[in-house]
Design a protein around this ligand. Structure first.
Ligand code: GLA
Length: 721
């Protein structure tokens, strides 16, 4: 619900409110984001603004938006350059409107609108011609607000944007912690929490993709906020390219700015033209980080994923991926042997990873030539698909559409399709170049190849990989003055191709991937309902990665596979139960050479597959409660997924969590794991028929069996009797 007067605008969701107000000289001020206010809340602008202390107000007041050159010296959300070379703008309130639904951002992913969504559009204008339209869409039930900014040149001369962020928000003075998700290849999205220091702390990417190092989502919270208590504000960028998130602590308070990274971004607007920035999804929670995460999870499941993937009770295939099973070393006979073993474990879908196309036997060749390697697949993909189907398995396939190998036929035919700065040596990473997806004809060329492959036989799943960062970014199709558009146009090209793939093949399950988890963001989730979390499939490592990922993203979107021991990435050995706990909390699949398994070992995998099928609706659609967090020194974790109505729950405990969440294990008393999210009055029964009340489980906890050697783990299913 949006309530407003001439000067004050309040956005209400079920449990949160957001308010802005027009202050002195038309300055738009941020006045509140927190727990739900009364419907007709008064304007919460503080006294200084109301009385307008002309000497200092502009640098001290909490703003809703700002521009440089106006004595507000905090980091600005936008930097325009006018034709006269000046870079100052005084953006003042010019009007606002409440719109039903949500206007589209053409070519960009966004949380989906609907009849129950309202949008506030506020226009700010500078006398020299820059207009910024701030858009806020309110999702009441989900406690979600999305924001963006649309920049328009309403003047008579061209103007250039050097920075065009999506969000700016000021907090009143006080201490805040900043939580970011950081890492590297095979160790993505490890949470890091630290008090915001004076100055600017930022995370970002100039790699062309968000990258392994930082995720484009952050949270701010009070220093005493925990999993279950305290204020927190979460922000997730709905974008899959360069980004910059700046959190600044200044004398007047804190400022958060989020948007496309200004590195090599400049966008000239002719009079009348506009530029739409990607959106940011925001959630406030009063009851700690757990509540914040659950709000993001629900919003992502019900408002971001494509409608056809929103039904969490609809079955999802259990897959086997060939990568860790055989890498590049396979032929059809070997694949069919692997498939036969997969079938014995009751697996549904066989994913043929890298290496299936012309001459691809290692990373040195063939990207861009998307035709079957007849040496490995004599009857092509249709032949393999037919044989798999006869065995009762579906076919899935790996591609890397944005990549091209220097020795490929595609590159030989179109050397200008790859990014290279004229006069510089083209830069190989993983022995490949990147195609210039800012160009329509390049996207068209790859689409023609992909469409042919996807039409050649019933392919049910596509893994879209992207294995390097962008470099040498220069488009042969644009003049020098417009090279600053290329990074963003590239991302738009990726979105366009994913749109074509998913709209033309609506039944196809698309999984995004980027050298593991380098493109794990809300932009990708608009097109694909799942993303490969990390190339590290070790259970212990996955606990950290998936725990961090779960801060914003639900388990149903986290690509997670059961793999072999010792783990191929780090050599670690963990129990079957621990590896299953990690995989079952994500999309659940397998990635190992099952031909080495005995018939009894294959048989022993079936109950896990059956368990996933039986409880898939709960695992994908339930509410996540993080019960015990893993940390880098004592790896172990416990978490549970409860049905929103408290009727059932799945509980997982791995490693040190089994020593009890309140201290070390005692040999004399069983440690207990207190649960959350249950109905206190209800009686629950576990799979052994043991009964507990919800109150007991939440206060005293579930009795744990105690530590049992290397990375022990337990998995429970409880239902209300
Ligand atoms: C990336 C992916 C892996 C695998 C390989 C294939 O590293 O993350 O899962 O697909 O590429 O080359």
């Amino acid at each position: 619900m949006i309530v407003h007067s001439e000067t004050c605008y309040t956005l209400h969701t079920a449990h949160t409110s957001y308010q802005m107000s027009v202050g002195p000289d038309g300055m738009l001020l941020h006045t509140y984001y927190g727990a739900r206010l009364p419907d007709r809340a008064p304007d919460l602008t503080d006294g200084r603004a109301a009385h307008g202390d002309p000497g200092c107000w502009t640098d001290l007041l909490p703003k809703e938006w700002s521009a440089p050159g106006t004595a507000d010296n905090r980091t600005p959300p936008c930097v325009p350059e006018y034709a006269d070379g000046t870079e100052a703008a005084e953006l003042v309130f010019a009007g606002a409107a409440v719109l039903p639904g949500k206007p589209a951002l053409p070519g960009l992913p966004a949380f989906r609108g609907g009849a129950d969504v309202q949008t506030l559009s506020v226009t700010l204008r500078d006398v020299f011609g820059l207009e910024v339209e701030l858009r806020y869409s309110v999702y009441e039930k989900e406690d979600l607000i999305t924001r963006t900014a649309v920049y328009k040149n309403a003047g008579s001369q061209p103007l250039t944007l050097h920075k065009a962020a999506s969000l700016c928000m000021d907090y009143a003075p006080g201490s805040l912690d900043l939580i970011t998700l950081n890492g590297t290849w095979a160790a993505e999205r490890t949470p890091e929490r630290a008090p915001l220091r004076c100055g600017i702390q930022s995370v970002g990417s100039i790699r062309g993709v968000p990258g392994h190092a930082h995720n484009p989502a952050i949270a701010l919270c009070r220093p005493d906020t925990t999993e279950t208590n305290g204020d927190c504000w979460g922000f997730a960028f709905v974008y899959s390219g360069n980004f910059l998130i700046e959190a600044e602590r200044a004398d007047a308070g804190q400022r958060l700015v989020m948007g496309i990274h200004p590195y090599h971004f400049h966008w000239t607007l002719a009079p009348g033209e506009s530029f739409a920035a990607p959106e940011v999804a925001m959630v406030y929670a009063q009851h700690g980080l757990g509540e914040m995460s659950r709000r993001f999870h629900t919003a992502i499941r019900t408002r971001l994923l494509a409608p056809r993937w929103q039904d969490m009770n609809a079955p999802r295939p259990v897959l086997l991926n060939s990568w860790e099973a055989c890498y590049f070393d396979f032929d059809e006979a070997k694949l069919l042997e692997l498939a036969a073993a997969a079938r014995k474990a009751d697996i549904d879908l066989f994913v043929l990873d890298d290496g299936w196309f012309k001459g691809r036997n290692d990373t040195s060749s063939s990207l861009g030539d998307w035709v079957e390697d007849k040496a490995k697949l004599p009857d092509g993909l249709p032949g393999l698909c037919r044989r798999l189907n006869e065995m009762g398995l579906e076919l899935g396939l790996w591609v890397e559409p944005e990549a091209v190998s220097p020795n490929s036929d595609l590159y030989k035919a179109h050397p200008d399709w790859a990014f290279v700065v004229p006069g510089r040596r083209p830069l190989e990473i993983r022995q490949q170049y990147t195609l210039d997806f800012s160009r329509e004809e390049v996207v068209d060329g790859i689409w023609q190849q992909l469409e042919r492959v996807l039409r050649s036989c019933p392919i049910k799943y596509l893994k879209w990989d992207m294995n390097r960062s962008l470099a040498n970014v220069y488009s042969a199709a644009l003049p020098a003055a417009r090279q600053g558009e290329v990074y963003h146009r590239y991302v738009m090209g990726v979105y366009e191709l994913q749109r074509r793939v998913t709209e033309t093949f609506p039944g196809l399950l698309l999984e995004n991937c980027a050298g593991g988890g380098a493109r794990f963001d809300c932009g990708m989730l608009y097109y694909s309902p799942q993303i490969w979390c990390s190339d590290n499939t070790d259970a212990r490592a996955r606990l950290l990665i998936q725990y961090g990922t779960s801060l914003f993203y639900p388990g149903c979107v986290m690509g997670a596979h059961f793999s072999t021991v010792p783990n191929h990435c780090n050599g670690h050995i963990s129990t079957t139960e621990a590896r299953m706990a990690a995989a079952l909390s994500g999309t659940f699949g397998f990635e190992l050479d099952l031909t080495t398994y005995t018939p009894e070992e294959l048989e022993a995998l079936r109950p896990y597959v059956a368990w996933y099928r039986a409880h898939g609706g709960l695992l994908r659609g339930g509410d996540l409660y993080r019960l015990a967090g893993p940390d880098a020194s004592a790896l172990g974790a416990a978490w549970m997924i409860a049905a929103p109505d408290g009727s059932e729950a799945a509980v997982f405990a791995v490693g040190d969590a089994l020593s009890g969440s309140h201290g070390t294990a005692s040999m004399n008393s069983l440690p207990r794991l207190p649960l959350q999210g249950l109905d206190p009055a209800a009686v629950y029964e576990d799979e052994q028929g043991v009964q507990y009340t919800g109150a007991q489980l939440m206060a005293l906890g579930l009795p744990l069996p105690g530590p049992r050697g290397q990375t022990p783990a337990c998995i429970w299913y409880l239902h209300r009797v």
